[in-house]
Design a binder for this molecule. Sequence first.
Ligand SMILES: Nc1ncnc2c1ncn2[C@@H]1O[C@H](COP(=O)(O)OP(=O)(O)OP(=O)(O)O)[C@@H](O)[C@H]1O
Ligand SMILES: [Mg+2]
Length: 334
Amino acid sequence: MVEAMEIDPPKGTSETWTEKYRPKTLNDVAHQEEVVTMLKGALTGKDLPHLLFYGPPGTGKTSAALAFCHELYPKNVFKDRVLELNASDERGISVVRNKISFFSKRAINQSENRLLNVKIVILDEVDAMTRDAQSAMRRVIEDCSKTTRFILICNYVSRLIAPIVSRCAKFRFKSLPAEVQIDRLRTICNSENTPLSEEDLKIVMKTSEGDLRRAVCTLQSLAPVLKNGDEKAKNSFLHPTNDSEIVKEIVSLLPSAKVPQVFEIVKRTAKSCSGVTFLRKVFDEFLEDDLINDDNIAIMGKLVAKCEKRILDGCDLQNNLLDFLLTLRSTFIN
Ligand SMILES: Nc1ncnc2c1ncn2[C@@H]1O[C@H](COP(=O)(O)OP(=O)(O)OP(=O)(O)O)[C@@H](O)[C@H]1O
Ligand SMILES: [Mg+2]
């Protein structure tokens, strides 16, 4: 059973629901017990190391870092003690040399409460930093350890240089299970007075692929449609593409398709399929129908992983879909 989270949204603001319903305290951060326990320990005076939070999007990394800082510092000193950098354009070496280094070295009024004498730099999307900037960061972390703690946040720890990783205590944020996400979405729906059936909540959750931020955004976009009570609009919103129909078509056509036909399928489907998980759905369907022989399963599995990574890295979906389907097709031709 999932613990119900307390939500106390500010009234009458036009902020996004992601911000409005961002966990305010560590207790609101769901399903990340390990990191929450460590942060609560730091609030009671235990040592606070530099931290590295990593894991899939929308699982609470930024929220946990912010909730911790809000619990640690009284409102009147928060701005003085916390530097939060999260825009993707603040990634170069000059930001490290100027902003971060300046903030970390700046003296602060000493408080009797030892905990409050440390400053915190929250550096979001650190995996988007250039290697040079990361190297510079490494030096800043070393030089400022007495006065500053760093909370580095990223999705892919493999994109960080080893000396950065080794200077931090690492916490991997787990994907949020379906019931945790649905519980959260349901609570937001109730708070916003936008009723959604359990079945529709499940659809919102599934289409968001484990990213609760995406699910909350979907919910916010859906709210006006729900308020109008327009069932047709609601359904076309919740079922914008029908992956399963496209997958069925591919399974029936691909084994005997000629190359131009594969091109045509790719051109048509890349526009409407759901993106990165689509390849896996096609792969799963072929596996389920026993259409891939044992020798090819490992090869195709690796290709799915490779294509997914390339898509997540920003490479073109259409080209990756083409690579995947042509390779899959060649396993039937041989
Ligand atoms: N563990 C969680 N507990 C409660 N709410 C969560 C949790 N994870 C995500 N959310 C919801 O999703 C929104 C986004 O969360 P957050 O920004 O912390 O994700 P993130 O892990 O930093 O994602 P990204 O890697 O994309 O930056 C929050 O505002 C909140 O509504
Ligand atoms: Mg984040």
